[in-house]
Design a protein around this ligand. Structure first.
Ligand SMILES: [Zn+2]
Length: 471
């Protein structure tokens, strides 16, 4: 039989209670913070209705106004909340001054922009939020307007309960995380004195596909580095009836095939080893066995073959590079004077882009192929160190809402705002408390949705986590 017990919540003087489960299984927690739960959903709906997509009509500045108004109404001093316009977008930084100004602040990091969504492709209008069958639907429901408003509602709830942080809390939202990341870089420049960043656009919980029960929670401590390399071959060209020994398209194609056949040396770090050992339990037997074998020995050829064949795992075992664009020639009856291709790489943490480009040049093995680093909006970063104070706080906060749910670190394959903070040597951890089924993650895709049952425990998580991180 399941037994739910209530304990005092973790910070002094709080009236809030958190529900924990004393036996096995999952306990449906009664709503402990109904005002915060309601505000998170209400704000998320309002934010989704604002089409914060880069380009003409970008309503990201309106989202900033929405969040700013909520924070001020919730007790933030108006002078502590700033919106900075930047082109068609804007970013928001809000400060909650701590009792001890000598302590470095913690930063809660999110973004307000979303990826384009075409209403004609969706079953529902992506910019008309709707709750159906327990899910909030709309562009940004998962990435990441609901995540953002849960954090805002949690901070306001902490204020409502009279909590006073010793360490300053800063919540910030970038305005172009999905595109140029100019505001992301600007924010990290301004907040490079932070003690730690909680990136609420990364990590998260996984629900069991069959039962919907929380299965495990991962926090992200590293991400791969994005890079684009342009390959160019030029040739004097000439009449196609008079072929020469060299042809720009042939030379480029040969280099591309060599790169296709090349595998960067598989590797691990502390985060990925832990991830593989833990995640192996939730995979099919063949993938799980390969994960464990690879974590034990990154040179295990059989494990490498299995993980390389799987698009979900190939990116976790090393650097990958793939051709994404190609162009060449100028007339049907002329020898090509130019052929060009773009190689897109996702670099394992710890390698500079220049080293990967040099490796590709060696693989291409043809001096006629010119290489150029044309990467925009990305910097190379190492993994954040595993900070015991952070992992302990997450463990305690998670145990309060989802007892017995395993917690382990992971590495993101894509880029996030954490990159800009790690570039300044500020540890950044993706640790969103939103739980979702892997099969229902439609971030950037069609019919994006998030179960609203995730809201109440997510707020409980922040109410436990933030006091621990700001002691
Ligand atoms: Zn995002």
């Amino acid at each position: 039989m399941k037994v739910c017990v209530q304990i005092r919540s973790l910070f002094a003087g709080a009236a809030a209670m958190v529900t924990v489960l004393a036996a096995t299984g999952v306990c449906a927690a009664p709503a402990q913070h109904p005002l915060a739960d309601e505000q998170a959903l209400d704000l998320a709906k309002k934010a989704i209705a604002l089409r914060s997509v880069a380009g003409p009509g970008n309503q990201t500045p309106k989202v900033a106004e929405l969040y700013s108004a909520a924070l001020v109404k919730g007790g933030f001093a108006p002078s502590d909340v700033t919106i900075t316009p930047d082109g068609d977008t804007a970013y928001l930084i809000a400060r909650w001054p701590g009792l001890d100004p000598a302590l470095k602040p913690i930063v809660i990091s999110g973004h307000m922009d979303v990826v384009e969504a075409k209403p004609s492709d969706w079953k529902r209008d992506p910019f008309k939020p709707v709750v159906e069958n327990g899910y909030l639907f709309g562009r940004g429901a998962t990435d990441m307007k609901l995540d953002g408003t849960i954090a805002i509602a949690s901070l306001i709830e902490l204020k409502r309960e009279g909590f006073k942080p010793r360490r300053t809390i800063i919540i910030e939202f970038s305005g172009d995380e999905e595109t140029a990341m100019k505001t992301s870089a600007a924010i990290a420049d301004k907040l490079s004195n932070a003690d730690l960043v909680l990136n609420i656009d990364g990590g998260g919980g996984v629900l069991n596909e069959q039962t919907g029960a929380p299965e495990y929670f991962t926090w992200q401590g590293a991400e791969k580095t994005y890079a684009d390399f342009q390959l160019t071959v030029t040739n004097p060209g000439g009449h196609s009836s008079e072929p020469r020994s060299t042809n720009a398209i042939d030379e480029l194609a040969t280099a591309l095939l060599r790169i296709h056949d090349y595998q960067f040396k598989p590797e691990t770090n502390d985060l990925t080893r832990t991830y593989f050992n833990e995640a192996a339990k939730y995979e099919d037997p063949a993938t799980g066995a390969a994960m464990k074998a690879f974590a034990a020995n990154p040179a295990d050829a059989k494990a490498i073959a299995t993980l390389t064949a799987n698009p979900a795992t190939i990116g976790k075992i090393g650097t990958t590079c793939v051709v994404t664009m190609i162009s060449g020639g100028h007339a049907l009856n002329a020898l090509p004077q130019k052929a060009e291709a773009n190689i897109n790489c996702r670099i394992f943490p710890g390698h500079p882009r220049s080293a990967i480009m040099a490796e590709l040049q060696t693989v291409a093995n043809d001096p006629a192929v010119q290489f150029k680093d044309v990467t925009e909006g990305s910097v190379a970063t190492a993994a954040s160190p595993v900070r015991p104070d952070f992992t302990a706080a997450v463990k305690t906060a998670m145990a309060g809402v989802y007892p017995n749910v395993p917690i382990f670190p992971s590495m993101a394959s894509g880029a996030s705002d954490s990159m800009w903070f790690r570039y300044h040597d500020v540890p950044s951890y993706g640790a969103s408390p939103v739980f979702i089924k892997e099969s229902e993650d439609f971030s950037h895709g069609l019919d994006e949705r998030t179960p609203i049952s995730t809201i109440a425990p997510a707020i409980d998580y922040y109410l436990a986590l933030l006091p621990l991180l700001t002691k």
